[in-house]
Design a protein around this ligand. Structure first.
Ligand SMILES: Nc1ncnc2c1ncn2[C@@H]1O[C@H](COP(=O)(O)OP(=O)(O)OP(=O)(O)O)[C@@H](O)[C@H]1O
Length: 548
């Protein structure tokens, strides 16, 4: 264990920090209990601020110990993906073994299966997210070995604020055997009732198809709105098989989604979910195929009722004619691409290229903006014009993903940091295009919906915080934030300014005159006295001869 301790020293967290984060493991902080022990919510203070985290405290009475603890750390440091929960650190001090994870604010999927507010589209998105995570584990690329998940079940699918699904509990089980086909770490105690591959129970051989089986059970839980274990006399899989064979599957759809599911979406979903439950391993689909089919179920749900024409006109009407802000034009165009590809498989209405050609002017035109020089250094539509349609498409797809909850702002920032430093010219162009697009949008923020504006504020703030802007674009971004803060305190744009500013408070010390300008904004004192105090504190650190 000594060498493991050394290898993971960089993510070790002191017990005293954890005790203070969880209020000494207070009952109010306890949010769940699983096979490892209690799970706590905590507020962890670290060098770059504070984060809300989830902490699992090993309780040896639950049957797990050192090997499982280290296995979880090793696996989670190897497998990193947007749909796999991140391990932030661990504590191994005295008798305490604690794992610290990113906090999934909506907790786990099992809590929402029969939630009336979770509609079919949200349910599909959750399934798609989890399927992506599992597909990655089965085929992580590079030199990494495939990993099996010992225990796919809805309580191991966590949900963040945007309902993005994250698979958890990869290693918290006993070490298991490896077979000839795959080298992996699995449990020899698998078999959570209801989810377990029957073939595993017969043969003792655990394969990635066993994961696929368990995932199929989760898909039916989502579809039927109940846990597979909720009725011991009637296991969900038995029920599903019977109704499927009798062609009566409609009768077991969760009541609140019954009316909204489009027949084609239902058909593809049920087909793939049922294939996952096939007895023969070779008849079960690969996770990558499950992802593809679930995505098409989503596309059918959102697009099937539109013809290509009505789809285009609907989006253009909503986003272009009504709101008139260019990024949304791009996004709407992108959305049209997506919807169009689903529609196209049914009609030969317009070829994809014809469609793109027709949309091209929308990507490029931005009637309200002028040239970069006239625009005080702000990149604008003419800057954007220099990028090819594929660069713009990819740049805009990130906004689309953020707004649709597929990508977190933090993940986007990480990607941008990577693109900025990349020697690949294409990646650099995408980076520049994203920044140009975002800054170009400031003039339209007043028209942004609340959620999208919050994302934009986070992006602004984190780009500044993480030093991802050049001197010109940094100047523009700082000016925008200041300008927003000067707006009336009940305006949306003021909120934008506050949210962005909160992200880069620790850099303010670099710009004393900027702080002074902010402190001159009177209404800031009325609404955010604590921010004013922080900024004043930063200013106080600067020797007076360096101030204006
Ligand atoms: N990172 C997290 N963020 C938010 N909530 C979490 C997190 N991890 C776990 N939880 C909550 O704590 C509960 C217990 O989690 P845990 O993973 O320990 O057990 P489990 O998955 O329910 O059972 P088992 O350990 O037997 O697989 C979860 O169901 C979930 O609601």
């Amino acid at each position: 264990m000594m060498h493991l301790n050394r290898q993971f020293e960089h993510i070790r967290i002191k017990l005293e920090v954890i005790v203070s984060a969880t209020n000494n493991f207070a009952d109010e902080n306890c949010i769940g209990r699983g096979g490892f022990g209690n799970v706590y919510k905590g507020n962890l203070f670290h060098s770059s601020g504070e984060s809300i985290v989830a902490l699992k405290r090993l309780d040896p009475r639950f049957g797990q110990g050192n090997p499982e603890f280290w296995k979880e750390i090793i696996i989670l440091s190897l497998y990193k993906h947007n749909n796999i929960v991140s391990l932030l650190g661990f504590c191994d001090e005295g008798n305490e073994k604690i794992l610290v994870y990113e906090y999934a604010s909506k907790r786990s999927l099992d809590l929402y299966l029969n939630d009336d507010n979770l509609n079919w589209i949200d349910r599909l998105k959750i399934c798609i997210g989890a399927a992506h995570g599992l597909a990655y584990l089965h085929n992580p690329g590079g030199t990494q070995q495939r990993a099996l998940h010992r225990d796919i079940k809805s309580s191991n699918i966590l949900l963040n604020e945007n309902w993005n699904a994250k698979i958890s509990d990869l290693g918290l089980s006993k070490l298991g055997p490896a077979n000839q086909q795959y080298t992996f770490l699995v449990s020899n105690t698998v078999g959570t009732f209801g989810y377990c591959d029957p073939l595993y129970l017969e043969t003792g051989l655990l394969t990635k198809e066993s994961d696929v089986y368990s995932f199929g059970v989760v898909l039916f839980e989502v579809f039927c709105g109940r846990l597979c274990t909720s009725n011991k006399n009637q296991p969900l899989t038995t029920l599903v098989r019977r109704y499927y064979k009798e062609k009566k599957i409609n009768e077991i759809i969760f009541r609140n989604i019954k009316d909204e599911i489009k027949p084609k979406s239902l058909e593809v979903f049920i087909t793939v979910a049922y294939q996952c439950l096939k007895r023969k391993l070779e008849k079960r689909p690969l996770m990558i195929d499950v992802v593809r089919v679930l995505e098409s179920a989503l596309e059918y749900q959102v697009s099937c009722s539109f013809s290509a024409f009505s789809c285009v006109s609907l989006y253009l009407n909503i986003f272009v004619r009504k709101f008139k802000y260019p990024l949304f034009k791009c996004i709407s165009t992108l959305a049209c691409h997506k919807y169009f590809s689903a529609v196209q498989s049914h009609t030969n209405f317009l070829s994809r290229n014809q469609f793109l050609e027709e949309m091209e002017p929308l990507w490029l035109e931005s009637p309200n903006t002028s040239s970069m020089m006239k625009n005080n250094g702000r990149p604008d539509s003419s800057t954007l014009k220099q990028y090819g349609i594929d660069i713009k498409g990819e740049a805009n797809s990130y906004f689309f993903k953020i707004y649709s909850g597929e990508l977190t702002v933090d993940a986007m920032i990480q990607r941008l940091a990577h693109y900025k430093e990349s020697s690949d010219k294409r990646k650099q162009s995408i980076f520049e295009c994203v920044i140009a697009n975002l800054l170009d949008q400031y003039q339209f923020f007043g028209k942004y919906p609340k959620k999208e504006l919050k994302f934009a504020a986070d992006l602004y703030g984190l780009l500044i915080k993480n030093k991802l802007l050049t001197s010109t674009t940094l100047g523009v971004a700082l000016r925008d934030v200041l300008d927003a803060l000067r707006k009336p305190s009940n305006s949306k744009i003021y909120d934008f300014g506050i949210k962005a500013l909160e992200k880069f408070l620790d850099r303010l010390v670099e710009w004393p005159p900027y702080c002074q300008h902010i402190l001159k904004i009177r209404h800031l004192r009325d609404t955010h006295l604590e921010l004013v105090a922080v900024i004043q504190k930063e200013l106080d650190k600067i020797p007076s001869d360096q101030l204006e």
